[in-house]
Design a protein around this ligand. Structure first.
Ligand code: SAH
Length: 273
């Protein structure tokens, strides 16, 4: 991945290509290096850019960004709070999905990472007026209210739940990306303990590339085996406590967050359904 500049040259193991051969030409053309080797010139896609851009923190992999955008239901015009910004990979995905009518606010505790994130976003998207990077810990407080989505990629997302519950509008979606099951377990337990959250679900995305050549059609030998788990939940208005005990069916989300559950049996059926 190179940035074209007049008079400059790209050196690689099979020769040299002058940038001037490309400037002003169409994307997709083939050029010849000094050695005679041919290269095709293409602008990087978002997924390609994310894997090549400058890193501060470890980025969210493209397969997971895709799933977070889909399961987080990130839509044009949405107001999204993110933390932490890291290298800005997920931030970029969020900005592209919310579009110019939407807004992304991202918290980052490290000033150096905030600068990397801003630079990475702007190198790809240009000036992003609808991105605000806040220096500070999202564990301390969330100042915004009426948010559509809260998307977290940091070590202890359960510490954000009390603030996220207030900041998210009812119906809003919470998503957290976590590398280990112990973290997932803590988060899910906390979500289930609070009736403001429902439809708590966790999954991981495995992408297995295939080798397709002649009669050799099979999965590739190598794949990215583990990156992270995605947990999501919906913010709801907690059901008013009823005079008697309500049947489990009346409770949104199958009663996932129902405070009293003496039998334990309903809890089991909640987890199944
Ligand atoms: N999603 C990012 C990577 C985030 S890595 C990307 O795709 O590029 C996790 C980031 O969270 C790190 O940059 C870390 O500094 C930041 N972080 C950790 N705890 C935080 C907190 N309490 N508030 C804000 N940011 C935090």
């Amino acid at each position: 991945m190179i940035t074209l500049q007049r008079g400059h040259a790209f050196h690689f193991h099979r020769g040299i290509v002058s940038h001037d051969l490309l400037i002003g030409e169409s994307e997709g053309i083939t050029v010849r290096a000094t050695s005679g080797a041919t290269l095709v010139a293409l602008r990087p896609t978002f997924a390609e850019y994310v894997l090549k851009m400058k890193r501060g923190a470890q980025v969210v992999y493209p397969k997971d960004i895709a799933m977070i955008l889909l399961h987080g239901d990130i839509h044009p015009g949405a107001i999204v709070l993110e933390a932490g910004a890291g290298s800005g990979a997920l931030t970029l995905g969020l900005l592209r999905a919310v579009g110019p009518e939407g807004r992304v606010l991202t918290y980052e505790i490290r000033e150096d990472f905030a600068a990397v994130a801003r630079a990475n976003v702007e190198a790809f998207l240009g000036k992003a007026e609808n991105l605000e990077i806040k220096l500070g810990s999202v564990y301390e407080a969330i100042e915004e209210t009426d948010l559509d989505r809260v998307i977290l990629d940091l070590p202890e997302p359960w510490r954000v739940l009390p603030a996220a519950r207030t900041a998210l509008r009812p119906g809003g979606i919470f998503v957290a990306y976590l590398p280990t099951v112990l973290q997932v377990h803590t988060l899910v337990e906390e979500l289930r303990a609070d009736p403001s959250w429902t439809l708590v679900s966790t999954f991981e995305a495995l992408v297995r590339p295939w080798h397709v050549e002649g009669r050799s059609v099979r999965p590739e030998h190598r794949m990215v085996a583990h990156t992270g788990f995605i947990t999501s939940a919906r913010r709801v208005v907690p059901p008013a406590p009823a005079a008697g005990r309500p049947p489990a069916d009346d409770v949104p989300g199958g009663g996932a967050g129902e405070p009293e559950d003496p039998s334990g049996e309903e809890k089991l059926s909640n987890e199944d359904g």
